[in-house]
Design a protein around this ligand. Sequence first.
Ligand code: SF4
Length: 122
Amino acid sequence: MAAKQTIICIGCPLGCRVTVTQDKKGNVTAMKGADCKQGEKYVLEELKNPVRTLTATVRTGDEAFPLLPVRTSKPVLKVLLKPIMRETVKAMVKPPVKEGDVIVKNVAKSKADLVATTDWPG
Ligand code: SF4
């Protein structure tokens, strides 16, 4: 039996709703709703290897500025989000920090770094 699902493309602000049909083996047999090739490519990747950029915070130990905002330096496989969060929770940062500084290198062996998204002190 064929499985049908709708994926919202995030390739641009249009946010096309793309309906994908897959056969029992997971092969895509039909795709409707993508307004461009980039969207079709995004949906195929989303089915095969979904990735996300993780945003989070790390502790500073400073009462006035307890949490430093961070994100992964590039999108990471969705299956790695939990292991990355486990390392993020354990991380502690000390000043000074500049936006873009690496807080955890190759976090959870994802090949992405956890980087600061702001200066501290600002
Ligand atoms: S399918 Fe193309 S036009 Fe539609 S949201 Fe994705 S990138 Fe934008």
